[in-house]
Design a protein around this ligand. Structure first.
Ligand code: NAP
Length: 246
């Protein structure tokens, strides 16, 4: 699909990659961008980007009551960007079960429930696209991020099922697998990072090019090439705590 004249809805739009998506969508000529955040007051800096095209909405992706209001509040959406996410550190033997549950509630159920709410809307608007922000750890686990890995791997599985289920509705589902991006989420991660602005622009280019799976930065592109060549070698490398040489 083309971004020009699209009507997008971005979750977690108040900061990080979500904010960069809003900026990139506006630059690329989107007609309207519904920017959503848990606390609507945090969207002030986003709204000023273009007060006529940016529509702020309150949305916690773990709140089904708020999700149920989306079709009425954004009836013209044809591009959903499921960006909201959280990351917890911890190994698989130690990370508390409630932390695992909260990673799944946001990263898996949150994206799924927002997609379920908006598929009928996008279908009614003659089709469009859903973009799920995954991660390279959807494909290979980093043991220090055990709960996050699992939630993002589940979200990748969900993305593939969703893709097959909405294909006949003329809705394309894109999976995005970034490497480290320079946002609050990656503040404690010691890898070289790509700017959120570059990631957002690369994802929009991937949508326009019709790429189902998007590796939007140099690390993730390199990772994907190496993973296709020898996924066991990458698993061992990540298990040893390094993604530097992919
Ligand atoms: N940064 C990276 O290195 C990296 C790499 C791969 C993939 N990703 C993925 O990219 C996406 C964006 O990450 P980021 O780096 O921009 O993270 P970030 O800077 O930490 O921002 C996360 C965003 O998600 C929102 N959010 C969290 N829980 C939410 C909920 N329950 N309902 C609604 N919004 C919620 C946050 O809102 P609040 O301000 O209210 O907390 C914030 O807007 C995530 O899905 C992440 O997993 C990031």
């Amino acid at each position: 699909m083309q971004i020009q004249n699209a009507t997008a809805l971005v979750t977690g739009a108040n900061r990080g990659i979500g904010y960069a998506f809003v900026n990139a969508l506006l630059q690329a000529g989107a007609q309207k961008v519904y920017t959503t955040a848990r606390d609507i007051n945090t969207l002030k800096d986003v709204t000023v980007l273009d007060t006529s095209r940016v529509i702020p909405l309150q949305l916690d992706v773990t709140d089904s009551c708020l999700i149920n209001t989306l079709p009425a509040q954004s009836p013209d959406v044809n591009l959903l960007i499921n960006n909201a996410g959280i990351l917890a550190f911890g190994s698989i033997l130690d990370v508390p079960m409630e932390v695992i549950a909260s990673q799944f509630n946001t990263n898996f159920y949150g994206s799924l429930n927002v997609a379920r709410a908006l598929v009928p809307v996008i279908e009614q608007n003659n089709g469009g696209a859903i973009v799920n922000l995954l991660s390279v750890v959807s494909l290979v686990s980093m043991p220090a991020l055990a709960a996050y890995n699992a939630s993002k791997a589940a979200a990748w599985s969900m993305t593939q099922s969703l893709r097959a289920s909405v294909a006949e509705k003329r809705i394309m589902v894109h999976a995005v697998f970034p490497g480290p991006v320079d946002t609050d989420m990656a503040a404690g991660i010691e890898f070289s990072k790509t700017s959120p602005a570059d990631v957002a622009v690369a994802v929009l280019a991937g949508i326009e090019a019709g790429h189902e799976d998007i590796f939007p930065d140099p690390m993730s592109a390199q990772f994907y090439a190496a993973w296709r060549q020898d996924h066991k070698a990458i698993e061992k490398q990540f298990a040893a705590g390094s993604s530097d040489d992919v």
